[in-house]
Design a protein around this ligand. Structure first.
Ligand SMILES: [Zn+2]
Length: 368
């Protein structure tokens, strides 16, 4: 679209035809209220950022077009190579992953995105009531009795949020977008056929997505080569705010569950201070390890893996296998040799044999 605007006469070439077919993927058009440029968008999209002057417009209903003032962005500070390096560094680190992945990982695609989020800045205050189970012993000797009773407990807690609500209807257009909400699983280990699945997954922290935000600046976006990667929003500010209220209440209710044995009542008040449209730069990546495809998203502001799938290293599996079998082996060894129990001796030898066999076959077969 940008090309078409700068070149008044488009020659009848294959390229021009291609342009025409891209235009049909955007079935609606609107004029930018600030600079008058044509803004192409799809049906259902209602938060549109002008790729020429950067003005954000919201279609809040029939004939109701509003300019969005709270419009900011996180600077795109990671380039394509930086995104690849963030992923490979991450793959080499930790108990579950392996340095040898870095050599065998094949990056298939690295796609830059400027994604629209509504950031709902708010404070949530939660009060809860519940009861805790207690026991009391009375009497002594034969008259000793234990009574169980419940003691009422209550409390309140509050938390500040810069709650991100993704501004599009479906988060599966780009992999991993739904996972960066606080409390959602963001790291997905692939255990293959291995059945002793201990750990390796992680949840998203309550991170401040507004940290380092700057006013939206289209020149910065153009300089980073991302002006064509601006993704329009489909969810209006009003809906985002209401969704955030619901999600924050759910988040607080889950937190309250740990406060008492039985929770009878939870009430959360959410005070919204500000709702901003923030464009967040991300890198969506697809990569292969040992012929299997995995996905990841890397933060575009700093080299950080936000969400990813990864294969659990063979080294980690062997360690888990040996630890799990090692404990009964040690117990059998103690009973077998310490107390001279012949069956326990056989159990020990069987377990040690299994551990050795597993470690050797898996360990020798792969570098991971
Ligand atoms: Zn404009």
């Amino acid at each position: 679209m940008q090309e078409e605007n700068m070149v008044p006469e488009v020659p009848e070439t294959e390229e021009a035809q291609e342009e025409e077919s891209t235009a049909t993927t955007h079935d609606r058009e609107l004029s930018c209220q600030n600079c008058g440029a044509p803004l192409a968008y799809m049906e259902g999209e209602n938060v549109i950022t002008c790729p020429y002057c950067g003005t954000a417009t919201m279609l809040a209903g029939y004939d109701n077009i509003v300019k969005i003032d709270g419009h900011s962005m996180l600077p795109m500070e990671v380039n394509e190579n930086g995104a690849i390096s963030a992923l490979t560094t991450w793959l080499a680190k930790g108990f579950y992953r392996s340095k040898s992945y870095v050599a065998s990982a094949k990056i298939e695609t690295v796609k830059g995105l400027m994604l629209p989020y509504w950031i709902v800045k708010s404070t949530a205050s939660t009060s809860w009531h519940g009861k805790n189970k207690k026991t009391r012993t009375t009497g002594s000797g034969d008259n000793k009795k234990t009574h169980t009773y419940y003691e009422p407990v209550s409390g309140r807690f509050s938390e500040d949020f810069t709650w991100p609500e993704y501004a599009r209807e479906t988060s599966d257009e780009f992999w991993g977008i739904a996972n960066i909400q606080p409390g959602k699983q963001s790291i997905f280990p692939d255990w293959g056929k291995f059945w002793l699945r201990f750990g390796g997954s992680k949840q998203s922290p309550n991170r401040n997505l507004l940290e380092g935000q700057i006013p939206f600046d289209i020149e910065t976006v153009k300089n980073a080569g991302m002006a064509d990667d601006l993704v329009n929003g489909q969810i209006t500010q009003e809906r985002a705010e209401s969704n955030a209220r619901g999600n924050i209440k759910e988040h607080q209710a889950k937190k309250a569950e740990s406060k008492a044995n039985v929770l009878t009542d939870v009430d959360t008040t959410v005070n919204v201070n500000k709702v901003d449209l923030v464009y967040v730069p991300m890198w969506e990546m697809k990569y292969f390890i040992d012929g299997k495809k995995y996905s990841a998203i890397v933060n575009g502001t700093k080299e950080e893996v936000l969400s990813a799938e990864f294969p659990v290293s063979k080294k980690a599996k062997i360690t888990i296998f040996d630890v799990v079998l090692g404990i009964p082996a040690a117990v059998s060894g103690f009973i077998g040799f310490g107390q001279g129990n012949p069956i326990a001796k056989y159990v020990l030898f069987a377990l040690v044999g299994l551990m050795l066999a597993y470690s050797l076959t898996k360990g020798l077969g792969s570098k991971n």
